[in-house]
Every structure is written in C-alpha cells, then in structure tokens.
Design a binder for this molecule. Structure first.
Ligand code: HEM
Ligand code: SF4
Ligand code: SF4
Length: 531
C-alpha cells in the first residue's frame, strides 16, 4: 500500500521535475532545491521579522495601531517587509509539504536514513506554532478568531487548570498576559525552529542550505513583486464583545481551524496525533532491507581521508592510527550512520583492479558486495557482450538503467565503481565502451553519487579517471527509475557511436585463462546482479 502511494507520487514528481530540468537545468530546478529554499525563506522571515519589530508595539492596546502604521504610513518599506514576512512564511509551509512528499516519494527516509525524517516532525510543529502565534500579534479579527479557536483547542487538553478560552469571552475578563506570552513565543519558537533545522541536517554531509544565487534572487524579486501587488493587510480591530464573523483565512497555516468547528476539537487532536505517529513510525515500517555497513581494512588504509570526504552521510571519521603503521590517521565507519551506498569504496585509492598480486582487497569495502565480487562480475558480464559494440553498463539500482539485464552490472550507487575499474575494462579490452547509468541528475538517490562521478571523470576529484582512458568510449546516462526507456535509447545511441570508432588500441588484454577462470567463478544467473 505505502509502496503504491510512493510510486504514484514518484511518477507525479517525475512529471513535474522533467520539464523543470529541461527549462532551468538540474542545478536550478527549484523542486530539487526544496530544503535550500526552506532555509532561504526562513532567512527572509527572520530579517523581515526583526525589521518589523522596530515598529511593532508589543502591548495589547497599541499592537493593532502599530501594524496599521506599518502597513499604510510606512508601506514602502515596513509594509513591504510585513508582506514579505507573511508570504515567505507561507512559502515555508509549501516547501515543507512538498519536501516531505518528495523525500517520501524518493524513499529517503527508511532504515539508517530515519534521522532527518524524524527530526522533520518537530520542524512541522514548530513552523505551525510560529505562524499561528504570528497571526495573534496583529490583533485584528483574524487574530481574535485564531486566539479563540487555539484556546478552545488547548482547553481540550488537560494542561491548564482554568479554561484559557475564558480570556477572550469579553473585554472585562481579558488579560494581556496571553498576548505577551504570544509575543514571546513568536520570537522564541522560530529561534528554536532554526536550531532544529540545523539538527535536521547534522547527519548529511555537505547539505545544500543555500539555493543557487539566480534561484534565490528570482524568488526574492517575485516575493517583493507579490508584496507590492497584494500587500498583507489586517482585518479590522479585535472586538471581544462580538464573535468574529466573515474573515479571510490563511489556508497555509490555518486549514485545521475551520475543521475544528466541523469535526470537533477532539477529532482535530486525534488527526494531529495520528499524523505525527504515522510520520514517526514510517522509517521502521517493513519491508526493511539492510546491507551490512562498510568495513575498514587497516592493512590497506593509508589514512588519506578520501572516503570520509566523499561519504554523503557523515558515516566515516578519521581517528588517530591504532596499528603502528606510519600514517597519522585511519578511517572508522559508524555502523549506525552507514547506508551501504559503496561511495567510499569508489573513493579509496586501494580500490584498484589492476593489482598484480594477491587477492583484491581495499581499504574500505562493503562486506555484502565487496570490490572483488564487483570486479569478478564486471569481467564475467563483459564476457557475455557481443560485437559490433560491446557496451558494459554500470547501473545504479535506483536509476533508469536498473532494470536492464544484458551487459549490466548493478551497484548501490554509480560512485561505488572506482574510476580504475572503468580504465581496467577498456584497457584490458573487456568492452568497447562503458556506460555509467545513474539516477536523474537532480535527484541522486545517494545525494552525491552523480556529483562525485562527474568530478572524478573530469579529473577534478580524486581518484580521477586517468587521461589515458578514451573519453569517447565512456558515457554517463542520468535518468530516474521511471526513465528506463530513455536510458535504453541513450545507451543504444552510444553503442552506435562506439561501433563507428576505429578499433581501440590494446594495452594489456586480460589473459584468456584469467577471463575463463572469472567466468567460471560467477554463476550465469548472478552476472549483473548485486546481492
Ligand atoms: C523548515 C523545514 C525544512 C528545511 C529547511 C529542510 C531542509 C533540508 C535540507 C537542507 C536537506 C538536505 C538536502 C540535501 O542537501 O540533500 C534536507 C533533507 C531531508 N529532509 Fe528536510 N527540511 C525541512 C523539513 C523537513 C520535513 C518536515 C521532513 C519530513 C518529515 C524532512 C525530511 C527530510 C529528509 C528525509 C531528508 C533527506 C535525508 C537524507 O537524504 O538522508 N525535512 N532537509
Ligand atoms: S557505504 Fe556509503 S554511507 Fe557507508 S561509509 Fe561508505 S560512503 Fe558512507
Ligand atoms: S579512502 Fe581508503 S585509504 Fe583513504 S582513509 Fe578511506 S579507507 Fe583509508
């Protein structure tokens, strides 16, 4: 059931993201920058909030008038700031909802990746608390409505000794204590929200917290345009003697408020509790598959820290050396953080199939899918390729090439394949061309796999693809899991191109005996499969 919802959502996102990718390019695609945009809108809210505070009267008697002064007398700066404050907050809600759905659709929340997902839950509560307390401060008729419904909802819970809704029944019983509390909360809660946003990304290496400049500038200009076109306005002074009648609602922050009249307060709380419980439990719902975490082999680790640099999940720490080898540091994997993507294996300088002696061992490896097995599968798979163009595909299991059977070696992430493996395939004439097929460029399942692969191929990141590797025989194909046909077409076009190339220069072909031995060691049914 959850799987079916996920696939429908994934398809939906694919339909939106593809045209965005084509229009703006993967780097500027706003749907791929939701977290970064969330931070950006937060800063707009924070800066405009501080500005507004200079004009805002925090006493209940003068609050409304001070907001009117901001809106009308000082419309060209403070008024614009008020609108920016409101609209950027609304956009934060949009960002959070779409971001949550996208992370769910992309299956980024299960198993070891539970952390950011679970920390997202208090973010939602804090964001809504910030917004709701903000509406209170305007002290207009909407504020009155928000105050009454919020207090009624809170009175339902056995927290307060006396019903707090009584404070809003008439001016006679009104106390400004709650107003002061709201002013305090509207400052304190967003600050705490920022802290939790920081906690949210703690386990992610190089999180994108700033959108590209062009995207940020366009969003800001659009927000200023909307603020001038449709400024945020108040809705008449509070009149506690009257029940607020017709009022305009902010449907981003207050969709549950009218529902509390329709459903009842208990039902609204039941809905919120069920929603929170569902979010909290989702990472642990079956099916939970888990490969063993990466393991370091100190005999082959020189402490270069490339694996720690490349791990997208902050799962590797460099510690002082413990085995007396003449290197200052060694790598250590935190099993609870490792998602077994294999990117560290592709980063390690010891991960080279060109070894002449001994077993193929590397500094860091996946126990369930070691480099030795990957290399054996590569050689066995290559032996099944047929002329005129023998194309070997290294396919990430989350991308468009994952379903391909012939000539394909599947990996948890394309960046698991060390560049030397591609060099090995071509220089030993195991294939005429190599395709590295991963996820869509704006939605790499393991976040940095595509970026690292491209940088390694461009010799901008260690370990890089050596200059001697003929680039016309190497191609990358970035498509989502739903783009299998597109991936197939791109691979076929590459095969046609390779078929027209002059014969490759042979450097050191694999001895026929080694090839036959590897083929025999991998059962035919397993070629291309990953455990
Ligand atoms: C103010 C609200 C939020 C902000 C600013 C925010 C920001 C971010 C950022 C910057 C990233 C890293 C993206 C990257 O570089 O790959 C991220 C990842 C993520 N976020 Fe959020 N987020 C917010 C709310 C939420 C919520 C409400 C949820 C879900 C309940 C959520 C779930 C996730 C997940 C699952 C990841 C991916 C973690 C991974 O790849 O392992 N976020 N978020
Ligand atoms: S397998 Fe992936 S998550 Fe685990 S340590 Fe290596 S790079 Fe990090
Ligand atoms: S990349 Fe390899 S050699 Fe370098 S620190 Fe990591 S395990 Fe050790």
């Amino acid at each position: 059931m959850i799987g079916a919802v996920r696939s429908v959502l994934r398809r939906g996102f694919e339909l939106i993201e593809r045209p965005f990718d084509a229009l703006f390019g993967p780097a500027l695609n706003p749907v791929a920058q939701l977290g970064a945009l969330g931070f950006f809108f937060y800063w707009i809210v924070a800066v405009s909030g501080v500005y507004l505070f200079a004009f805002f009267d925090t006493g209940i008697e003068r609050a409304y008038e001070s907001v009117q002064y901001i809106t009308y007398a000082q419309w060209y700066h403070a008024g614009v700031m008020r609108s920016l404050h409101r609209y950027a907050s609304d956009l934060m809600v949009v960002m959070v909802v779409v971001h949550l759905l996208r992370e769910f659709a992309n299956d980024h929340y299960r198993g070891v990746r539970w952390y950011s997902w679970l920390v997202g839950l208090p973010i939602i509560w804090l964001l809504y608390t910030s917004g709701i307390t903000g509406y209170w401060l305007v002290w207009d008729r909407l504020a009155q409505y928000v105050a009454i419904v919020t207090s009624e909802l809170l009175d339902y819970l056995p927290i307060f000794g006396e019903p707090i809704a009584r404070n809003f029944i008439s001016t006679g019983t009104l106390t400004s204590r709650f107003f002061t509390l709201m002013v305090f909360m509207h400052v304190a809660v967003p600050l705490f929200l920022l802290f939790i946003m920081w906690v949210h990304i703690l386990r992610i290496s190089r999180p994108r917290v700033n959108p590209p400049r062009l995207l940020a500038a366009t969003s800001l200009v659009a927000l200023i345009g909307v603020s001038l076109w449709k400024p945020a306005l108040s809705q008449g002074h509070v009149d506690l003697a009257k029940v607020p009648g017709e009022i305009g609602l902010d449907w981003f922050f207050l969709p549950l408020y009218p529902l509390s009249d329709v459903w009842g307060r208990g039902e609204v709380w039941a809905f919120l509790a069920a929603f929170s419980l569902m979010i909290a439990l989702m990472p642990w719902l079956p099916p939970l598959r888990r490969m063993q975490p990466a393991a370091v082999d100190l005999d082959h680790c020189n402490g270069c820290a490339r694996c720690a640099e490349d791990c997208p999940y902050e799962a590797i720490r460099m510690l002082p050396r413990t085995d007396g080898m003449p290197f200052p540091t060694q790598a250590e994997v935190s099993a609870g953080l490792c998602v077994s993507c294999g990117i560290c294996v592709g980063a390690c300088p010891s991960s080279t199939p060109f070894r002449r002696t001994g077993d193929l061992k590397t500094g860091i490896d996946l126990p369930d899918y070691p480099l030795k097995v990957l290399t054996e599968r590569t050689v066995a798979c290559a032996a099944t390729l047929k002329a005129p163009a023998r194309i070997l595909v290294f396919a990430c299991e989350h991308g468009g090439g994952a379903g391909r059977v012939d000539g394909t070696v599947r990996l948890p992430c394309v960046a698991m394949a060390p560049p030397s493996l591609i060099d090995f395939v071509l220089s030993r004439n195991l294939a005429d061309g190599v395709v590295v097929a991963g996820c869509a460029e704006s939605a790499c399942f393991h976040r940095l796999g595509i970026a690292w692969t491209e940088q390694r191929f461009a010799a901008a990141r260690d370990p890089y693809l050596r200059a001697r590797v003929p680039r016309e025989r190497v191609a990358t194909v970035w498509t989502s899991a739903l783009g299998a046909r597109k991936a197939e077409a791109m691979i076929a076009a590459f095969a046609d191109k390779v078929a027209k190339l002059p014969p490759a220069k042979l450097r050191s072909p694999l001895p026929p005996t080694a090839r036959a031995a590897t083929r025999a060691s991998v059962p035919a049914a397993e070629i291309g499969d990953r455990p």
